[in-house]
Ligand binder design. Structure first.
Ligand code: PLP
Length: 408
C-alpha cells in the first residue's frame, strides 16, 4: 500500500502542555513593556487575579510567580513547612512523585500513600490513614488534582471530605486540572492550590499561580524552611501593592490576561464541557483502534487521555510517524510508563476539526506501520461523540447544547 504524504505540513500540538495558544493571546505578548512598579501593571495583575478566583473557586488571595508549575509547587512547600515536618503525600503518578521529591529535598518527613498507576486516589484509604493519625503528627497532605502522566483525575470533592476531620493543611497540584472542571477551593476547604499558565488557561508557559487560604497564611508565618525567591511572604507583601517581589514575566501576564478574558467569554461550563467532550471523543477513538485506555473507569481525566500502545508497533515508531509524517505531536509515557502508553491532550486552542484530523492521522500512522486498522473506525467513533453528546456529559442537562465555542 502507498500512503500519500503531502508536502504542505502543519503541526498540530496535542501534548498535555504546553498547548496551542490562540492568536490574540500570542499577539498580546508583542505589546511594549510596562513599568512593573507602576499603575498599569497593578491594574493588569488585579484583573488577572479577579478572573482566576472564580476558576479556583476562591475569594482568597492568589499570588503569581515567574516560574513553571514546578516552581509553584516548590514555593507552596517551602513557604508552608519547616524541615522535619511530617507530610502525607498521595501521588497517583509522576507529578505526584515530583511533589514528594520536592518535599524531601527540603527535609520534610514524607510518608507516601501508594495508589496503583492508572487509578485515582481512594478517598477511603486517605480518610482511614488520617483517622489513624490520632496525635495529628501529619501536618500536611499533598494531593494531585489531575495526574498528567497517567490521564487520571482525582475526585477532589471526595478527597476534601476525607481530609476535613483531621485538619492537616492540604496542598493541591492542579497544574493540569484547574479550569477544566468545577473546582471549589473554598467550599472544599483546600489550603494551597497551585496551577500554571500553559495548560487549561491556554497561555504560554512561565507563570505559576498559587491560591492560599487563611490557614495557609497562618502556617506560612510560622514556617522555617529557608527560601528567598519562592518566599510567599514576600509575594504577599508585594501583591498588596499590585506588584510581584521580582521582575515578573510581563509578556506572559499580557497573554494570560487575554486568555482569561477568552475563558470567561466562552464560559466556565462550556470550557469544562469542551474538555470533557474532546476527552470522550479521543477515548472512543483509541478504543476503536484497540488501544486500551490507561486510566481506570471513573478516573478519566478531561485534559489528557492516556492509552496503551496497540500490538505490533513501538511507542517510539508511532510517535515518530505521527510527528514526522503526519505533523501531529503526541506524548509518550514517562518513567516506568515510557514505551507503554501514548498521551493526547485536550487543552488549548484546539477545535473539533483538529481532534478529528489528529485521529485520522493516527489511523494512517498505524496503517503505515502495518498495524491492522479498520479504516475510518476511530474517526467515526470520535465523530459520533461530537454528533451525539452523551446527555450526562451535556451542560447542566440542557438540551440543544450541541457545540462549544471552540468547536469548528
Ligand atoms: N504537575 C502536573 C500535574 C503537571 O502536569 C506538570 C507539568 O506537566 C507539573 C506539575 C509541572 O509543571 P511544569 O512543567 O510547568 O513545571
Amino acid at each position: 500500500m502507498v500512503y500519500y504524504r503531502t508536502v504542505m505540513k502543519k503541526s498540530l500540538l496535542f501534548i498535555p502542555g504546553p498547548v496551542p495558544v490562540a492568536e490574540p493571546v500570542l499577539a498580546a505578548m508583542s505589546k511594549p513593556m510596562i513599568d512593573h512598579r507602576g499603575p498599569a501593571f497593578a491594574e493588569l495583575l488585579r484583573g488577572i487575579v479577579e478572573r482566576l478566583q472564580p476558576i479556583f473557586g476562591t475569594k482568597s488571595e492568589i499570588v503569581t510567580l515567574g516560574a513553571s508549575g514546578t516552581g509553584g509547587l516548590e514555593a507552596a512547600l517551602v513557604s508552608t513547612f519547616s524541615a522535619g515536618a511530617k507530610l502525607l503525600a498521595c501521588p497517583v503518578g509522576v507529578f505526584g512523585q515530583r511533589f514528594v521529591s520536592i518535599a524531601r529535598a527540603y527535609g520534610c518527613n514524607v510518608e507516601v500513600l501508594e495508589t496503583p498507576l492508572g487509578n485515582a486516589l481512594d478517598p477511603g484509604a486517605l480518610a482511614s490513614r488520617l483517622r489513624a493519625d490520632r496525635d495529628k503528627a501529619i501536618k500536611g497532605v499533598l494531593l494531585t488534582h489531575n495526574e498528567t502522566s497517567t490521564g487520571v483525575e482525582n475526585n477532589m470533592s471526595d478527597l476534601a471530605e476525607a481530609t476535613r476531620e483531621h485538619g492537616a493543611l492540604t496542598l493541591v497540584d492542579s497544574v493540569s486540572g484547574m479550569g477544566a472542571s468545577d473546582f471549589r477551593m473554598d467550599d472544599w476547604g483546600f489550603d494551597l492550590v497551585v496551577s500554571a499558565s500553559q495548560k487549561v488557561f491556554a497561555a504560554p508557559p512561565g507563570l505559576a499561580m498559587i491560591a492560599l487560604s487563611r490557614r495557609a497564611w497562618d502556617a506560612i508565618e510560622r514556617a522555617e524552611i529557608p527560601s528567598f525567591y519562592f518566599d510567599l511572604r514576600k509575594a504577599r507583601e508585594f501583591a498588596s501593592l499590585g506588584q510581584t517581589p521580582w521582575t515578573p514575566p510581563i509578556s506572559i501576564l499580557f497573554a494570560l490576561d487575554v486568555a482569561l478574558a477568552r475563558y470567561h467569554a466562552e464560559g466556565a461550563k462550556h470550557v469544562w464541557h469542551r474538555h470533557a467532550l474532546y476527552a470522550r471523543a479521543i477515548r472512543a477513538a483509541f478504543a476503536a483502534l484497540g488501544m486500551r485506555i490507561f486510566s481506570a473507569p471513573g478516573a478519566h481525566s478531561n485534559t489528557v487521555v492516556a492509552a496503551r500502545i496497540p500490538a505490533g508497533i513501538s511507542a517510539e515508531a508511532l510517535l515518530k510517524t505521527m510527528r514526522e509524517d503526519r505533523g501531529v505531536i503526541l506524548s509518550g509515557g514517562q518513567l516506568e510508563l515510557k514505551g507503554k502508553i501514548v498521551r493526547m491532550g485536550t487543552m488549548g486552542d484546539v477545535s473539533q476539526t483538529d481532534v478529528l484530523g489528529a485521529i485520522g492521522a493516527l489511523e494512517i500512522a498505524l496503517l503505515e506501520n502495518d498495524v491492522e486498522v479498520q479504516i475510518g473506525s476511530a474517526v467515526q467513533a470520535a465523530l459520533r461523540t461530537f454528533i451525539k453528546p452523551d446527555d450526562e456529559q451535556n451542560m447542566d442537562g440542557q438540551t440543544g447544547v450541541r457545540t462549544t465555542a471552540a468547536s469548528s
